[in-house]
Design a protein around this ligand. Structure first.
Ligand SMILES: Cc1cc2nc3c(=O)[nH]c(=O)nc-3n(C[C@H](O)[C@H](O)[C@H](O)COP(=O)(O)OP(=O)(O)OC[C@H]3O[C@@H](n4cnc5c(N)ncnc54)[C@H](O)[C@@H]3O)c2cc1C
Ligand SMILES: NC(=O)c1ccc[n+]([C@@H]2O[C@H](COP(=O)([O-])OP(=O)(O)OC[C@H]3O[C@@H](n4cnc5c(N)ncnc54)[C@H](O)[C@@H]3O)[C@@H](O)[C@H]2O)c1
Length: 435
């Protein structure tokens, strides 16, 4: 009998496993696929390793004629090989790390029985408490010819890059993978089912991000709902509303994700779920007191991101079975859509007594230096003169949003910032201009 069995070895499950082990509990982790979960094997890490190559080329292109000459070309096959070399060893390293720490690793598909036992590929295990950390998987459209649609995993594993690639959806999956395909030389189209906009992001910054993608040569088709995919001798034909048709070689769905709850047989334990995942309270406890959930599998309003899953894993690791557990209290959470030009957002941008300031930073020295093509920052400031939110587009938006996140979370004032010396010229040395 274990104290805790964690189902899923993604960033959330791992953070929790190590915390509970450090508290001397008997812990097991169950995994049905690659140890480490989505982020290192199929998500954040493989996409950003490949993006580094695309970024390097675009940064060089930005300086073309300004001291740089000659052209660079991206080779998909070696870019993919580099990704495999960096990310492939991760699963084995994760497994070895767990074993070395004395955490039991159980390989296979987990499923509950009515007596609160866990069956993993026919073997039965039990624990005092279980934590569901099973993440999510790509949502697939149910349309005619759906078998010709691919998800992000298929795209990232392509040995050769097709000439014409079409992405469905303008979420981060579609927008980021489209830039990898375009950077490596494919003709790329993104199809949006509604008007062109990027959900949750500031309208103006989102529009600037889409305009930048168009300037790179990515084509957009808006208000198109694809209803059929047909295979022909030349490739694929997509059919949509209003007589829309498009010939293409390869289609990638970036139409959201579904929680991995269906395999677990949660109904027999009275665990409440919705189509968005496991329903939990502010202690991450489900409607069955012996079952908790964390990470992407949870139905929640905070974003489904790696650091959020890790935060929840650490939270449970510190609070499970403590006499006075604290309620989970999320800090401000930054989100980034990557690319050479990145879009990033944190905190709030409107509200009572909040003033919004807009800066076109493309003429600032830090941005001129790298010939950043689109650089804008919107910040929100409260009546205490503290930053409470920001929306950013630039080559360095990911770094800037993290710095602003620290300022917001720690309520750093301009006076406090002025007491610090930060290396110049860097993105940090501009921070006091935003107040
Ligand atoms: C293409 C892509 C790019 C992304 N890029 C970023 C990014 O740049 N930054 C970012 O923060 N986030 C990014 N994400 C999101 C990030 O990957 C997830 O938020 C994160 O991995 C969630 O962690 P988790 O621990 O909740 O679940 P997961 O990492 O999904 O882990 C869950 C694990 O549970 C296992 N499992 C499921 N069911 C069972 C079962 N019945 N039995 C046993 N095991 C089971 C799965 O095999 C999986 O390994 C990206 C996602 C994708 C798809
Ligand atoms: N940079 C990052 O942090 C990053 C990168 C990639 C993925 N992720 C995470 O992965 C998850 C999934 O991302 P995603 O982009 O797949 O999902 P998403 O939910 O963010 O976006 C889905 C998109 O698909 C569109 N859509 C839905 N149905 C459609 C249809 N029938 N036809 C065309 N378009 C349709 C939606 O309008 C939306 O634009 C998110 O939780 C995200 O946080 C994060």
């Amino acid at each position: 009998m274990f104290d805790f069995i964690i189902i899923g070895s993604g960033p959330g499950g791992l953070a929790l496993a190590y915390k509970l082990k450090a508290r001397n509990y008997k812990v097991a982790v169950v995994e049905k696929d690659k140890w480490g979960g989505t982020c290192p094997n199929y998500g954040c890490d493989p996409t950003k390793v490949m993006m580094a190559v695309v970024e390097a080329k675009q940064h060089a292109d930005q300086l073309f004629g300004e001291g740089l000459s000659g052209g660079l070309k991206i080779d998909w096959e070696s870019m993919r090989q580099r990704k495999l070399e960096i990310t492939d060893p991760y699963a084995e390293r994760t497994f070895n790390g767990l074993i070395k720490s004395g955490i039991e690793c159980i390989y296979g598909k987990a499923k509950f029985t009515s007596s609160e036992e866990l069956v993993v590929d026919g073997r039965v295990y039990s624990a005092r408490k279980y934590i569901i950390a099973t993440g999510s998987r790509a949502r697939h459209l149910s349309i005619e010819g759906a078998e010709y649609l691919n998800d992000s995993n298929h795209f990232l594993n392509l040995e050769h890059l097709p000439q014409n690639i079409t992405f469905l959806g303008t979420g981060p999956v579609g927008l980021e993978l489209a830039q990898l395909a375009k950077g490596a030389g494919a003709h790329v189209t993104i199809i949006a089912q509604s008007n062109l906009k990027i959900a949750h992001f500031d309208k103006e910054i989102g529009e600037a991000y889409l305009e930048n993608l168009k300037s790179l040569g990515i084509e957009f088709k808006s208000q198109i709902l694809i209803s059929k995919v047909e295979k022909t001798s030349k490739g694929l034909i997509l059919t949509g509303n209003n007589g829309f048709t498009l010939e293409t070689d390869f289609v990638v769905e970036g139409v959201g994700r579904v929680p991995n709850i269906d395999l677990l047989n949660l109904d027999v334990l009275g665990v409440e779920t919705s189509s968005s995942g496991v329903i939990v309270d502010e202690f991450l406890q489900s409607s069955n007191p012996n079952i908790y959930a964390l990470g992407d599998v949870v139905a929640k309003s905070v974003p489904h991101l790696t650091p959020v899953s890790e935060f929840e894993g650490n939270y449970l690791g510190d609070n499970l079975e403590m006499e006075n557990p604290k309620m989970i209290n999320y800090p401000v959470i930054p989100s980034v859509v990557y690319g050479s030009t990145k879009m990033a957002e944190v905190g709030i941008l409107e509200g009572k007594n909040i003033k919004v300031k807009f800066f076109d930073t493309s003429s600032w020295y830090s941005y001129r230096r790298i010939a950043d093509p689109v650089a804008k920052v919107k910040v929100a400031i409260n009546d205490q003169k503290e930053l409470v939110g920001a929306s950013i587009i630039s080559n360095v938006a990911d770094e800037l949003v993290n710095l602003i996140t620290i300022l917001i979370q720690k309520k750093v004032s301009l006076e406090q910032l002025d007491q610090m010396i930060l290396a110049y010229p860097t993105i940090a040395s501009d921070l006091n201009y935003f107040f």
